[in-house]
Design a protein around this ligand. Structure first.
Ligand code: ATP
Ligand code: MG
Ligand code: MG
Ligand code: MG
Length: 481
């Protein structure tokens, strides 16, 4: 079963049950400044839940929503590449009911029937969770659907769902999990894959996040990750092993000339997963109108792109290339082609997507090696200390700040590199330096250009200074990076 078949089956299933098909909205939430990106299917229906906007026809909807979770309350950027189930960009299959159109039992039954009948998942491999105070849902699962009591987990905070921290609807939820191994000895995380969240939107909270009363009527809001469902249907252990991801990863390897032998390294596999994930995210974000910038949404996109560029440089080294060149922009059309049937508009905008991605690659590649060299020099200077069982190495705030300010390393990129090297970053110190810089530039702009501080030295000069301070040992020794 391929992804397009599943998208269509999902929409058909709910249309037959009286839901209106609503197309995916943009990744940029319309008229909602509290949210960075569309992070779930309910975002476009937020006001319908609150009762401040008319609900779709038939008081119900079904959608396949493109989502990004790379900032704000639901942020999976740091998970990507390290867990088998998290992406920055993913698709959420969802059904929704407004103004009491469907009851809890309907929401639960629809989800169960779609999985066990249409998708033919064996009931014995599924389990569910409910909020510990939600006896009604427990009863429905057990008495109406027939889920055995030992397959109904009762959780607390995990089973309350809200879109973000600001004002909006929220409610208790019940989730469906897939048993990956069938082995009771495995940890919860290794064994149970969360696939579908069925939320019963019942309450409102205010801008400070405090409970502010009930919604006019019970609403249903569900979301299932398409990539996770595909991993179950295709019987693979990770989303990245599904056919669409394998096609993209194969194209990355072919473009870079990465051999099967090089792919035996766990580090290379992680880098491939990150690059594949981030390629999808940047292609869709740019196609939806986001451009890399130093603030707001554009900065999140820039962080995603720069991470991909850095992991891409690692892949190029693993492929035996002596220096890094732009390649991500060559692969955006592959993303668009794989998803063409569901998202034809991406291919229509692919030329401008490629040129924006290529521009960011060219600009960051100018400073990436220099910044990595600085970090490497730092790690080399600390290597002796590490061997002597000294406390964990911490990248000092001034180095992290230099990397940010001069070499364009977003702080989370420095933190990722540190994590891969088993080191830490002085984040509070970095924040202090950032705040100081902000205060100074505010003061300077108040005083006018005449009193501007000395401009920063050109990149080359700083780099030389740093290289002289610590002995740079060449790229062959960049093992820690
Ligand atoms: P997890 O606990 O695995 O991080 P979640 O509880 O944060 O997931 P929900 O907010 O409940 O996820 O979203 C509904 C569904 O969307 C999930 O059950 C999952 O199938 C899918 N999903 C959520 N986050 C991601 C992601 N980062 N990448 C891919 N699919 C996701
Ligand atoms: Mg999550
Ligand atoms: Mg969860
Ligand atoms: Mg969940």
């Amino acid at each position: 079963m391929n992804a397009q078949h599943v998208r269509k089956s999902f929409v058909e299933f709910f249309k037959i049950r009286g839901h209106t098909h609503v197309p995916s909205s943009s990744l940029i939430p319309q008229g909602d400044p509290t949210l960075l990106f569309t992070n779930s299917g309910m975002v476009q229906f937020k006001d319908c839940f609150l009762g401040t906007r008319a609900a779709p026809e038939k008081n119900s909807a079904v959608s396949v929503q493109r989502c990004v979770r790379a900032g704000g309350k639901h942020n999976d950027l740091d998970n990507v590449g390290y867990t088998p189930r998290h992406h920055t960009f993913f698709e959420m299959l969802g059904n929704f009911a407004f103004n009491g159109r469907f009851q809890k039992e309907d929401g639960i039954r629809f989800a169960w029937e779609f999985l066990t009948q249409d998708m033919r998942l064996p009931e014995g491999r599924l389990a569910v969770s409910v909020h510990e105070s939600d006896k009604h849902s427990w009863d429905l699962w057990h008495h109406k659907i027939g889920v055995p009591a030992d397959k109904i987990f009762r959780f607390d905070s995990d089973n309350v769902w809200m879109m973000g921290d600001g004002a909006g609807p929220y409610g208790y939820c019940t989730e469906i999990f897939w048993d990956k191994t069938g082995n009771p000895g495995d940890s919860h995380d290794d064994r149970w894959l969360e696939i579908w969240n069925v939320v019963f939107m019942q309450f409102r909270k205010d801008a400070s996040g405090l409970h502010a009363g009930d919604l006019p009527a019970l609403c249903i809001d569900t979301g299932m990750g398409l990539e996770r469902l595909m991993s179950v249907l295709q019987n693979v252990r990770s989303n990245y092993e599904t056919d669409e991801f394998q096609a993209l990863i194969g194209a990355i390897c072919a473009r870079l000339g990465l051999s099967q032998e090089a792919r035996l390294s766990a580090k290379v596999e992680t880098a491939l997963r990150v690059v594949a994930d981030h390629l999808r995210a940047m292609t869709f974000l740019v196609a939806d109108g986001v451009v890399p910038k130093n603030v707001g949404r554009g900065y999140v996109l820039r962080r995603i792109m720069r991470r991909a560029i850095r992991y891409g440089a690692e892949l190029q080294r693993a492929a035996g290339l002596s220096s890094s060149a732009p390649f991500l922009s060559d692969l955006c059309p592959v993303v668009a082609e794989i998803m063409r049937e569901a998202y034809p508009y991406v291919m229509e905008r692919i030329d401008s997507v490629c040129s924006i991605v290529n521009g960011e690659e060219l600009s960051f590649l100018r400073t990436l090696d220099q910044g990595l060299g600085m970090l490497n020099s730092f790690f080399v200077s600390k290597a002796a200390a590490v061997q002597n069982d000294a406390p964990q190495v911490t990248i000092p705030a001034d180095l992290a700040f230099d990397l940010h300010d001069t070499f364009g390393f977003p702080i989370d990129l420095t933190a990722t590199i540190a994590r891969d090297a088993g080191a830490l970053v002085d984040l509070p110190g970095f924040d202090q330096l950032m705040n100081k810089q902000k205060a100074t530039s505010k003061q300077n702009s108040l005083q006018g250009s005449a009193s501007r501080s000395v401009p920063p030295p050109p990149i080359r000069e700083l780099w030389m200074k740093a290289a002289l301070k610590s002995s740079f040992v060449g790229y062959d020794n960049l093992k820690v990076l």
